[in-house]
Design a protein around this ligand. Structure first.
Ligand code: MEV
Length: 328
């Protein structure tokens, strides 16, 4: 009888977090102007944490080709540092003893994602949100959305320079947000649903770089750039009113104006401009880049019936992928 082993109960936790798009106000939002962002539920990050027979904390994130034990990662690793942040909230290294089938193991964290990396759809913030939620359930550490949002913001600051906090906020709360940096979170209602086509240039463009470049330009000519930020902020304000009062058709022209101002901030690119033009020529009511720019994604406002035609034309003009999403 001496060799009989009792297989232990294996504990598994699964969480997910959606992507996002900025409708209006990117970059200006870093300078305290309002911006509008909405979740995109067609793409998401999934995190699974389970007991494992191998000792330690094993992380598997095939999207970034990461298969490593936590202690082998540098302390500022974007995923490793989020895990360490949660462990430090637990006030001690969480006891991993007794885990796995033989009671000698640790935990395994599996991260998968359909959000393209560095594309303006919030992949980094979504990984952090889903990971913190999963760790908090796994270790019975109750955290509110506000706490999660703050923790993700800390991690964004570590890795993205001077973020406004809009990405972590829209992804944590998974609701449309009207965001002003350092102000209480405001969500907004959509008076009448509208359709957006999102198209990916396929060019990965780290937000940190475009935000850093805009900062350098602003430092050289504050008057000029403050007035561009003012104009963008005004557009966000008017757009919010149009959305809330059920007049989304007004957003097309506002998108076009916002895109022009983003061009002046130097964050557009030949590929983004080409897709913006292609969308307009295919019948979109308006179009603009979305997120950090230089690459990543653009968005177009369309009548629902014309969504596939605009998406097809974007693919013909070089987009690597499109998503049709209804904002409601
Ligand atoms: C990135 O999604 C939006 C930016 O405005 C940066 C930020 O707000 O942190 C470009």
């Amino acid at each position: 009888m001496g060799n009989i082993r009792h297989r232990r109960f294996l504990f598994i936790v699964k969480t997910s977090a959606s992507g996002k798009i900025i409708l209006f106000g990117e970059h200006a939002v870093v300078y305290n102007r309002p911006a509008l962002a909405v979740p995109v539920n067609q793409v998401q990050v999934d995190v699974e944490i389970l007991d494992s027979d191998s000792a330690g904390v094993w992380i598997h994130a095939p999207i970034i080709n990461l298969h490593a034990e936590l202690s082998s990662l540098p302390s500022d690793h974007p995923i490793g540092s989020v895990i360490l942040q949660v462990f430090s909230m637990l006030q001690q290294s969480p006891s991993l003893s007794g885990r796995g089938a033989r009671g000698e193991g640790g935990i395994q964290i599996n991260i998968s994602s359909t959000i393209p990396v560095a594309s303006g759809l919030g992949s980094g913030a979504a990984v952090s949100v889903a990971l913190i939620r999963a760790l908090s359930s796994f270790f019975f550490l109750p955290l509110t959305d506000h706490q999660i949002n703050q923790m993700v913001f800390e991690s964004e600051k570590l890795h993205h320079g001077t973020p406004s906090g809009i990405d972590n906020t829209v992804i944590t709360f998974n609701k449309p947000v009207y965001f002003i940096k350092d102000k209480p979170i405001e969500t907004f209602t959509v008076g009448k649903p509208f359709t957006i086509v999102i198209a990916d240039t396929g060019i990965s463009a780290p937000t940190k770089e475009s935000v850093g470049d805009v900062r350098k330009l602003w430092q050289k000519d504050k008057n000029k750039f403050e007035s561009i930020f003012d104009e963008i902020g005004q557009i966000s304000l008017i757009a919010r009113r149009a959305i809330e009062s059920g007049k989304p058709e007004l957003l097309g022209e506002l998108m076009n104006q916002n895109h022009e101002l983003l061009q002046q901030l130097t964050v557009s690119s030949t590929e983004l401009d080409k897709l913006v033009l292609a969308a307009r020529n295919a019948g979109a009511l308006g179009a603009k880049l979305s997120g950090g720019g230089r690459g990543g994604n653009m968005i177009a406002l369309v009548n629902q019936a014309e969504a596939s035609q605009v998406a097809e034309s974007l693919i013909k003009s070089g987009a690597k992928n499109t998503i049709i999403t209804e904002i409601k």
